[in-house]
Design a protein around this ligand. Structure first.
Ligand SMILES: [Zn+2]
Length: 247
């Protein structure tokens, strides 16, 4: 079976696991480090989000809490910015070791990491408001990408097993939509982080704290790069299976 071949293991699975694992570790460690440092902004998560949104004229965007860690996101359909409980309470990085001395971030005050995450989501809200072209392209291809990533691999496998070339090609094309989605996601995410850095600088987060915010946003960006590379490698492997079988 193709998915258990040495080629697949060596050229797709192994680099994917290493890259994804490295990116996830980097996010955790960078976030953990900067969640212990006070941003100096002197606001809690919700007040900070509200101030950033209002400053950009986004007074119609609502803010809601959402459960989980790093589940923060902006929902363009509902115009809602959802702040995770972990970010809201500034508990990430300390939750795994509650016994460790006095926290350096006073409760209610925002950590550098939490400020960076919130500013990034406000960046998405601003992209939505400004009708960012990449964001618009991305929302157009979401349905095709979702179908393509779920159905594409099955069509490729089905086409190869039953030797129906058209089916395998259709699967490849469908999976291609998922690849395009991961690529279009990159300028959206990097754009939001660029805006986020400008926001926090405008609020007086400069020097080491701004470097910290940049490190957190950069680490998060690598997870999207990892996802894009994973999709490309997988696509190339499917293409190799489909076209390599042609005589
Ligand atoms: Zn984002």
């Amino acid at each position: 079976m193709f998915f258990f071949s040495t080629d697949y293991l060596l050229w797709v699975l192994l680099p994917t696991i290493l890259l994804t694992g490295w990116a996830a570790w980097r996010v955790r460690s960078t976030y953990g480090r900067w969640s212990k440092v006070d941003s100096g902004i002197g606001l809690n998560a919700f007040d900070f989000a509200r101030r950033l949104l209002d400053r950009q004229g986004l007074t119609d965007v609502r803010i809601e809490p959402t459960p989980g860690q790093l589940t923060d996101h902006y929902d363009p359909r509902g115009k809602v910015l959802r702040v995770s409980q972990a970010v809201a309470s500034g508990q990430i990085g300390r939750s795994d070791d509650p016994a460790r001395g006095a926290p350096s971030v006073p409760s209610g005050n925002l950590s550098v990491a939490a400020a960076a995450v919130i500013a990034h989501e406000v960046g998405h809200a601003l992209q939505d408001h400004q009708r960012d072209p990449w964001m618009q392209v991305r929302s157009v291809i979401v349905p095709a990408a979702q179908i393509g990533s779920n159905l594409g691999p099955w069509l490729v496998v089905g086409g190869l097993i039953f030797q129906i070339e058209g089916l395998a090609l259709a699967g490849l094309l469908a999976f291609g939509a998922a690849v395009v989605f991961t690529l279009v996601t990159l300028p959206v995410e990097i754009g939001a982080s660029g805006k986020a850095l400008a926001f926090v600088e405008g609020l007086g987060m400069v020097g080491e704290r701004q470097d910290g915010a940049r490190a957190v946003l950069k680490a998060a960006a690598w997870t999207y790069v990892a996802a894009a590379l994973t999709a490309i490698l997988t696509f190339l492997y499917y293409a190799f299976l489909v076209f390599g079988r042609r005589d």
